[in-house]
Ligand binder design. Sequence first.
Ligand SMILES: [Cu+2]
Length: 381
Amino acid sequence: MNKENENQEGVSRRTFLSGAAAVGSGLLVAELGAPSAQAATSLSASQLANLPRVRQKLVAPPFAPEHDQVAKGGPKVVEIRLVIDEKIMVLDDDGAEIWALTFNGSVPGPLIVVHEGDYVEVTLVNPDTSAMEHNIDFHAATGALGGGALTLVSPGEEAVLRFKATKPGVFVYHCAPGGVMIPYHVVHGMNGAIMVLPRDGLKGKDGKPIHYDRIYYIGEQDYYLSKDDDGEYKKYESAGEDYADSLEVMATLTPSHIVFNGAVGALTGDNALKAKVGETVMIIHSQANHDTRPHLIGGHGDNVWSTGSFSDDPQTGLETWFIAGGAAGAATYTFKQPGVYAYVNHNLIEAVLKGALALFKVDGVWDNDLMMQVKKPSPIR
Ligand SMILES: [Cu+2]
């Protein structure tokens, strides 16, 4: 802890911002405490120390870090560095803005990719320029609130968490600093996803390997912005200043925005997702708070892990699938026609009025057998 946080004002501000002031909210990290560091592990300390270590170079969504679809060799320790960044983000064309709470500066945070049996070693850094304390809860992890109880970092602190990726699938991670601050941080953008691939890769329900040519990560985000008396979204000078206003809107359960990758239009226009006819695209879709129902207009879900669990066979040939708030899902599709595809939350109000829409631009040769315009729109004969 740095000196400036030791003074009385700093402590009381931290107490407020940590949610400890939220009377009756329960589920405070401090109440649950941190477990002993002597927990049993299936590998001895020296065995763990001898595992190969790799540093994963994280990239901003919708892209995924370089990875092998089938693991090469045995388990590794995969080092991840997440730096908290509290920053203003513009959410729509009207200039609505939020002091987003982010992992590595993006909403959602970066996709992490490891294999089942790997150890994920996360360094969580909270710069001294932050206003708030933060932590990280991995739904892929076992114990201690998903790591949340071991990673609560005040401004100027960092913590290192190592967990074993025992469950194959796609999982949400998110900040969960305690009490009301849990939903507050999550709906200010502080969430992302990790994919834990089976070591021998993905398989279809027929047991055959599934290989993807491209992978995109779509993080859906619900925001709860407050309006002033003129009906304009309010602006704030610093992170956390919208706390009371935000809670009021959150309590209505009615988001002002529901978007993909941080803002309306983040995955349209020049940022549309690219693919070619014949390519199999893996789409990872996370929603840390609010249920969603992805649909690819003009395409399908060839293989869909709606719950995100790679322990289960994928469902096949789906039109629309469901991803529960607090979960990530995965779907593959092999494009068969060129053109523009909208990928939407098929609550179409959430897609069109709130913003949850992305576009795929697919190159290739049109197949008249699958579809053709037999007669252009013209006067009725
Ligand atoms: Cu946080």
